[in-house]
Design a protein around this ligand. Structure first.
Ligand code: GTP
Length: 539
């Protein structure tokens, strides 16, 4: 098995990693930006939706306050039109059933601020409200006001009061009528709670001074909230309406939507955890992430398959080079017509292999050729003879081997010089090659010793003709420069048609024959059939 490190070094791995990186880069770039734009749009849409919801709540509270104010006003107008005195206000309150639904309590105070009538308790304790700002404002402005939230001295409850000036028949100010709203159970409370039912987050109402009028945590009502910069209250009071995210409420990131009321100096706000507010956006983000992961996975797979495909010619080229090296194929397997870079590489390999083959051939030729005569050398002959014997064994035809030695060659060297001796060797080789058939193989073993392997003999007797032919070939004198010289040779011939004959057997038989010729005075040939151990003919 290939080690894992090779896999990481592979071109395929690198390309696949590159494809994944590019897809991720493009995905994060294009997808991320689109997602950011989409998220920003979605944020606006969600915030606007929440603001629309809050507007509905604001309109509801404004209408509620207006209705209450109107109710008090119509009562004071009735008292005024009928010219009733303060003593009759108590009975007048009690006949108006709708007051009980609209207010926690309705009271009347004389111009001195003393309680003169109370809807819920005729015998309510006598209190004086001259010090109250809303009392003073009502007298001063001579019209109804909405008070700041405070704790009622009558009920002990946190309340907000709506006032209306009371006048007699002549229109003279005789006191004020006051409707109290219980902040723990305001008539709009249930409506507000309904608005947020089932959803995270909460609604709150706060005065312009930061006093809490409505809050799901009742203990915070009447409290002054923290309106330092960066707080929820500060953001809510900063402008008449709007939305903001990135704020923290009890450590939780929230979306704040707020709107100032028309009827009172109050702001209604909605604190909504970002996690819930933008849950659809978060789900989009998750889906985008999942989509990107799947896309990246596919891109990796795709990159792998494509790279694998693209690299197929390279693998094929690698296989061809290995096959050629192992001798299983020749260089024709290279795809030299291909037009791309792999074609260039194949052509380069083809050229290289061609030059290598030629160099090998040259090397082989040099290794198997006798430099002086151009004949095969001993190395070639040693390899060739066993092959020739094997071929003969297969074909059943006899094979012959002639060993030749130039007679008194030493004397030629000694008298005419070594270069002249070389000339004799070259001419001797030429005549030998010319005397035999192309199917016969001539080699120079060493010095003045030559061999000829005769194949495809029709019979062993054919060797007789061949021996004579060689002797005759040397009869014309050799021209050495300006001189003519007689050169003779002795030839020992071995012949065999026995399949089991070895190269050594044949060489020994030919040597014996040569020895016989030399013993008989040279310049002749003798034939020795292998295994006979006797020279059969000498000429
Ligand atoms: N010029 C030349 N001489 C060579 C070469 N190689 C060997 N010789 C000489 O060839 C001669 C071989 O002599 P031998 O075969 O031993 O003797 P010979 O004179 O031929 O005697 P016989 O074979 O008995 O007739 C030696 O003198 C070698 O020095 C060569 O390449 N060129």
């Amino acid at each position: 098995m290939r080690p894992l490190s090779i896999f990481f070094y592979s071109f395929k791995f690198k390309i696949t990693t590159l494809v994944i990186a590019l897809v991720l880069f493009a995905g994060i770039g294009a997808g991320g930006i689109s997602l950011l734009i989409a998220e920003s749009e979605l944020r606006q849409v969600i915030a606007r939706q929440e603001l629309a919801l809050l507007n509905g709540a604001a309109v509801f509270i404004d209408n509620d306050l207006q209705n209450k104010r109107q109710l008090l006003k119509s009562l004071t107008e009735e008292i005024n039109e009928r010219g009733l005195s303060l003593e009759h206000v108590q009975s007048q309150l009690e006949v108006h059933e709708t007051l009980r639904d609209a207010f926690f309590n309705v009271n009347a105070f004389d111009i001195e601020g003393n309680l003169v009538a109370s809807l819920r308790d005729r015998r309510a304790k006598r209190v004086n409200i001259t010090e109250r700002k809303y009392f003073q404002d009502t007298l001063r402005l001579q019209e109804g006001v909405i008070s700041a939230p405070f704790k009622s001295s009558l009920s002990g409850q946190p309340v907000v009061v709506l006032t209306q000036p009371l006048r007699d028949a002549e229109g003279k100010l005789i006191g004020i009528l006051l409707g109290a709203i219980d902040l723990l159970r305001p008539s709009f409370s249930a409506q507000l709670d309904n608005l947020r039912a089932g959803a995270d987050g909460y609604l709150f109402i706060v005065t312009d001074d930061g006093i809490m009028v409505h809050h799901p945590d009742k203990s915070r009502i009447l409290e002054k909230g923290d309106d330092m910069p960066g707080t929820l209250l500060e953001a809510a009071l900063r402008s008449s309406e709007g939305w903001e995210d990135g704020l923290l409420d009890d450590g939780v990131p929230v979306l704040l939507v707020h709107k100032h009321l028309r009827e009172a100096d109050w702001t209604i706000g909605l604190s909504y955890p970002v996690r819930s507010a933008f849950s659809s956006m978060l789900s989009v983000r998750m889906r985008a992430l999942l989509g990107a992961t799947i896309l990246t996975g596919f891109a990796g797979l795709f990159g792998w398959v494509i790279t694998n495909n693209l690299l197929r010619p390279l693998r094929r080229l690698h296989r061809h080079v290995e096959d050629i090296s192992a001798g299983r194929a020749d260089i024709s397997v290279f795809d030299v017509v291909r037009k791309d870079e792999f074609g260039d590489l194949s052509r380069a390999f083809h050229g290289l292999s061609q030059r290598r083959e030629q160099a090998e051939l040259e090397l082989h030729r040099l290794a198997t050729t006798d430099v002086l005569t151009g004949l095969n050398n001993r190395r070639m002959f040693d390899a060739f003879l066993p092959q020739a014997l094997a071929r003969a064994a297969r074909s059943g035809q006899p094979v012959g081997l002639a060993i030749l030695d130039i007679d008194h060659f030493k004397a030629i060297n000694d008298t005419l010089g070594h270069p002249a001796g070389d000339q004799v060797l070259i001419e001797f080789a030429r005549r030998l090659s010319a005397a035999v058939r192309t199917t016969d193989t001539v080699a120079r073993l060493a010095g003045d010793e030559f061999v000829i392997v005769f194949e495809q003999l029709s019979s062993t007797t054919e060797m007789d003709v061949l021996g004579k032919k060689i002797i005759d070939a040397m009869l014309p004198p050799f021209t050495l420069g300006t001189q003519q010289r007689e050169v003779r040779t002795s030839v020992g011939i071995a012949v065999t048609s026995n399949e089991a004959t070895t190269a050594e057997d044949v060489m020994r038989a030919a040597d014996q024959a040569l020895y016989g010729v030399k013993a008989a005075g040279r310049n002749g040939y003798a034939i020795n059939p292998v295994g006979a151990e006797r020279v059969v003919r000498v000429r």
